[in-house]
Ligand binder design. Structure first.
Ligand code: SF4
Length: 431
């Protein structure tokens, strides 16, 4: 958590019909980027995440991942202790020993991420140098990469962005590799969702599709000037920039949340890849119809209910678009830690006129606005949920919206249920 002197600014990047975005720089209540390891380690099956951090970092990971049963997790923490912090020990030497032991015990590891934390940053541990050195020692069996997940540099989903950006220099140039996709889907998706999208792309006639991250981090797709990238997540600014620097071009689209978002996302890819729109639409029709039906019951219960989003995951704008347009909910305020200048253009255009957006956070002021708005449902981080529940508000933990597969047609009903359940529970308690 960071406490800073609050600076409030209203900036005029809206049209006269729109309220200006409220930009705040005050105390924040968000997770750090280490949290991303919880879903990334499930996705990349030959990767391992070694956090170079403190016992606090280890606790955070264990409690965040503790909800999942895993025989052998693909992450651990190399603890920096007092001796290291006081400069009494050679941290690089200790790290080499830890990595040596880990790789001897886990020969299945092909890519090892050294993940920076607040303590490693405080002692200015150069993890890129360590990664280079360890890559040389363990080459070619293991590639060692590094990125920062520290709370000083990253919030929550920015950890995934930093991790994926560290993979981009490892991707081969188009023209030199076997796996050369025309379409690159960027952003970690649950395997079941990735498989569904693969089937839909194939049905539309798009065959050469690859995903970043791939299930095996050691088998990355190639990238080059012909690569068209379709962002599956709205929090990938650094990764998209790194891919653009390699020649890839982004396909402008909303994100695949809900029926409308998924349809627009897939059709944007089809259009860019030159697929006949009628053929693409026909290929999507059965799944789209199932999804539309799956939303009907939740919509009946949620239409007209007021919802307030605290900034947490950067998924807030696409989620707000979904609940407003497909479930009929009323947006009171939509907060996000960061509003990307172009990656959210298509989403913002779909928000109801007059939606109040906020970027960054000054938590006390935002709590005041939330109470004044008196919403039926509040989407927020874990730290705010309990106090708000105690005040009588129904809440939804934003972390659940990141951990649960919510993208695509088949998940639209589950996504609606995530907003529906807290209100139903509260109604039962009140009865
Ligand atoms: Fe806390 Fe920093 Fe470790 Fe995150 S990286 S758990 S914010 S000490």
């Amino acid at each position: 958590m960071n406490a800073r002197i609050p600076i409030h600014a209203l900036t005029g990047d809206a049209t006269c019909a729109e309220p200006p975005v409220l930009r705040e720089r005050g105390q924040r209540e968000v997770f750090c980027g280490l949290t991303g390891i919880v879903w990334l380690h499930r996705k990349m099956q030959d990767a391992f995440f070694l956090v170079v951090g403190s016992r606090t970092c280890a606790h955070l990971l264990q409690s965040a991942a503790g909800v999942m049963i895993f025989a052998e997790p693909r992450f651990a923490t190399a603890i920096i202790d007092e001796r290291d912090l006081a400069g009494l020990a050679d941290v690089h030497e200790e790290l080499d020993t830890v990595v040596q032991r880990l790789l001897a015990r886990r020969p299945d590891i092909r890519v090892l991420f050294l993940v920076g934390s607040c303590p490693s940053e405080v002692i200015k541990l150069d993890l890129s140098r360590a990664a280079e050195r360890l890559s040389q020692i363990h080459s070619p069996a293991v590639r060692v990469l590094n990125y920062s997940g520290s709370g000083i540099e990253t919030t929550f989903t920015e950890g995934e962005d930093a991790c994926l950006a560290s993979l981009v220099p490892q991707m081969a140039q188009v023209g030199s590799a076997v796996n050369e996709p025309d379409l690159l889907v960027v952003g970690s998706l649950a395997d079941v969702v990735e498989d569904q999208f693969r089937r839909l792309f194939a049905a539309m006639g798009i065959a050469r599709v690859a995903f970043l991250p791939s299930r095996r981090a050691s088998e990355l797709p190639a990238v080059g000037p012909n690569t068209r990238m379709l962002l599956a997540q709205p929090f990938l600014a650094a990764t998209a920039k790194a891919l653009e620097d390699r020649g890839a071009r982004r396909i402008p689209a909303p994100y695949p949340l809900g029926v409308e978002g998924t349809q627009a996302w897939l059709m944007a890819a089809a259009e860019t890849m030159g697929v006949d729109p009628a053929r693409a639409d026909a290929a999507l029709a059965p799944a789209r119809q199932r999804a539309t039906q799956a939303l009907a019951a939740a919509r009946t219960r949620l239409a007209g209910k007021r919802i307030f989003f605290f900034p947490d995951s950067q998924l807030e704008v696409p989620l707000a678009r979904f609940v407003a347009r497909e479930l009929g909910m009323v947006l009171t305020e939509v907060g996000s830690p960061y509003l990307h200048a172009t990656h959210l253009d298509e989403e913002r255009a779909l928000l109801p006129a007059g939606t109040q957006l906020s970027e960054g956070q000054d938590v006390e002021r935002q709590l005041d606005r939330c109470r004044a708005a008196a919403p039926d449902l509040v989407v927020c981080g874990l730290g705010l949920a309990n106090p708000l529940e105690a005040e009588g508000y129904a809440t939804k933990w934003s972390i659940e919206l990141v951990f649960t597969p919510i993208q695509g047609f088949e998940q639209a009903g589950d996504l609606a249920a995530l907003f529906d359940r807290p209100l139903q529970r509260r109604a039962r308690l009140a009865a």
